[in-house]
Design a protein around this ligand. Structure first.
Ligand code: ADP
Length: 356
């Protein structure tokens, strides 16, 4: 550090501007700063009167002192001049850096605008494609179901098995398309929330009923602790349903057959009802917990192969809760299940406290 300062000072001494009074006002300032020293020494008469101004031999100390005093202005001028040069070069460097930062900012703003445009085009494209896919898929599923139920004539066992596979995959595809459409609607932040009173118990009955077949198919035990309280949420029914549906759907999907899932309701305050959904499934690593709430993100590459899914569910959960002024978090470790904590709204999220 000290060596750097000396080196910087040394190189400033080699710059011509250090000695140029027209380009470096510090030089004149140094000169003025050093001038009082010889003047004062002359006035105070440091030299004994018997001693003349002439050089008195090889070790004339008075003469050396005189020389040092008279050189003071030059010394200060050079030191200040070098400081002026250092300051000037630092100012130039700062201005260069500022110009670079400004250029970087402009570049970032341009890239940001391009990304936003790409996002918009992607969403529009996804929206159009998924709309186009949904209609023929519904027709296909309808015919597959009719064939399975033998309403179009008898089918042999091998055909029946093939139809079951087709039906399962058609269902999976349709749920992914629904996720994409829902994401296009609900993640764009353009939707206006129109809150209504949503009684909790019928809502929970609907969620559980929707997942009952999957719970039974995998011998999973669902415990509601305690039973849902008898109160009403205030919000958008469809979006609250989507939140609960996605979280319970994930708990089922990532559980091993025979496992247990708990849905716990905490103590409500005026605004919020705390809820937890906990499973005993494969769990989520700490690293993955950072990004699973972002859209199209899954814990790792094997998840899609093993469990399917689009990686949109939790993004919809987070957005669906955020519009209601609620949040969601996860506590989990690999192999030890996952617990999603969130709140449900008990007060109109679009009203201010003054309204009530
Ligand atoms: P998807 O379920 O369609 O893959 P989500 O957005 O719902 O997408 O979830 C993102 C990822 O978070 C999942 O792919 C999975 O890796 C992880 N995840 C979500 N819920 C659970 C859970 N209950 N147990 C283990 N992992 C989960």
């Amino acid at each position: 550090m000290a060596l750097d300062v000396v080196r910087e000072f040394g190189s400033a001494l080699l710059v011509a501007d250090t000695y140029n009074p027209r380009r470096n006002s510090y030089l004149l300032f140094g000169l003025a700063w050093g001038l009082p020293v010889p003047l004062l020494s002359g006035i105070l008469g440091l030299r004994p009167p018997a001693h003349g101004l002439a050089f008195q031999g090889p070790v004339d100390l008075w003469w050396l002192l005189d020389l040092t005093l008279w050189l003071h202005p030059v010394f200060f001028a050079v030191v200040f001049g070098a400081l002026g040069t250092i300051r000037h070069s630092k100012t130039v460097r700062i201005q260069e850096l500022l110009a670079e930062v400004r250029a970087d900012n402009d570049r970032l703003a341009r890239v940001n605008a391009e990304l936003q445009e790409l996002d918009r085009v992607r969403d529009e494209f996804l929206g159009n494609v998924t709309h186009e896919l949904r209609t023929p898929l519904v027709t296909l599923r309808g015919y597959v179901d009719m064939l399975r139920q033998q309403r179009l004539g008898p089918v042999v066992d091998a055909q029946q098995r093939a139809l079951e596979v087709m039906a399962a995959n058609g269902k999976r595809l349709q749920s992914q398309i629904e996720d994409l459409l829902s994401a296009q609607r609900n993640l764009s932040n353009h939707t206006q929330l129109e809150p209504v009173q949503v009684p909790l118990r019928p809502l929970m009955d609907e969620v559980v009923a929707r997942h009952r077949p999957a719970l039974e198919a995998r011998s999973l035990r669902l415990e509601l602790l305690p039973e849902p309280p008898d109160l009403s949420l205030v919000g958008d029914r469809e979006r609250l349903l989507e939140v609960l549906h996605n979280l319970l759907g994930n708990a089922i999907k990532f559980s091993e057959p025979g496992g247990r899932i708990q849905l716990r309701f905490g103590e409500p305050d005026e605004d919020l009802l705390p809820v937890e959904i906990e499973d005993e499934g494969c769990g989520i690593s700490l690293d993955a917990q950072d990004h699973i709430f972002e859209r199209f993100r899954q814990a790792d590459g094997s998840i899609r192969r093993r469990y399917g899914g689009s990686g949109l569910g939790l993004a919809l959960v987070r957005a669906g809760l955020a519009v209601h002024g609620c949040s969601v978090s996860v506590r989990s470790s690999l192999g030890h299940g996952a617990c999603f904590r969130f709140q449900l709204p008990l007060r109109d999220p679009t009203s201010t406290p003054m309204d009530t």
